[in-house]
Design a protein around this ligand. Sequence first.
Ligand code: SOE
Length: 373
Amino acid sequence: MSDINVALIGYAFMGRAHSNAYRQVGPFFSPARAPRMKVICGRDPRGVETARKALGWDEAATDWKAVVRRPDIELVDVCTPGDSHAEIAIAAAKAGKHVFCEKPLANSLKDAERMLAAVEKAGVAHMICHNYRRAPAVQLAKQIIAKGQLGEIRHYRGTYLQDWMSDPAAPFNWRLDRTKAGSGALGDIASHSIDLARFLVGEITEVTADLKTFVPTRAEAGRPRSRRTVTVDDAAMALVHFRNGAVGTIEATRMANGRKNYNRFEINGRLGSIAFDLERLNELEVYFDSDPPHLRGFRTMMVTEPVHPFVGKWWPPGHILGYEHTFVHTVYDLIEAIATNGIPTPNFEDGVENQRVLHAMERSAKTGRWARV
Ligand code: SOE
């Protein structure tokens, strides 16, 4: 089948991670259609040209509106700050392009719903980049739960701890500006915990949440006398109820000194428990009541055998994977879905459901009461 021409809008952290995924997916996964890294787009001409050379794109552009209208482009990948996700994704859908979008889907529930309506009306494939679902150990967690090996699920405990904003001297950046980012740790990283909760346990029906901003103003980079007000949360904490009767806690912060990308969940069922830590992403901690008494206890499994999804395409057992591989796995499943006229998951429907939980958490933090999703 023919190559699929990709346009990437945005070239910062996620732009680099996605570019790496498009470069790696062909040689290691041989998708039905190989991605052609056609054009990378950004506002700064010199910056985007530097990114084009470094990341291996054919062309660099600065006008995303022209790029999404190009007849040779089939897939538009949105890696910009959240305030432009809706505008770009909707324009791409209207132009008949498949759309891949970074999380959270949008900066508001209304925009997320508009994006879903646009891709559904256009009949194009759509996916949101909650890449952690495609860590092989998370896939194993899903399989264990689906096979009933934990029994009835009672607890989901999600913590996503980073510390890159814990120093008050760290300068202001777009993720601290509500108009650009929509929210702080809540949308940026609690959205990942919410997605994993939905993927592994099920839909969340009500929440009670608290949001905290520890550092109210920060200096602008290079301009120590110019202070900017932080208009988002530094930390988000919530209790959640699931439709299936399970209960959960979700905590996300960028102020947890010493924690770098500590995205962990623990799930307790009637028959056992599992736990995953992104910083040790090749491992899954498991505990099963069914183990014989002398062997019963939490044990750590190395999830690198070829029996697990994606693993066999890389290296032999024990030759561990990393953060970037979760993006390659995600892009592979996206392209395979496009090649078979399918819709991958998580898609914009998942993005809207995630946004509903985020929205409920923000409402609850304002009222101090439980909020229904
Ligand atoms: C936050 O710093 C961040 O870059 C998130 O935006 C990403 O989604 C996460 O994968 C890593 O941390």
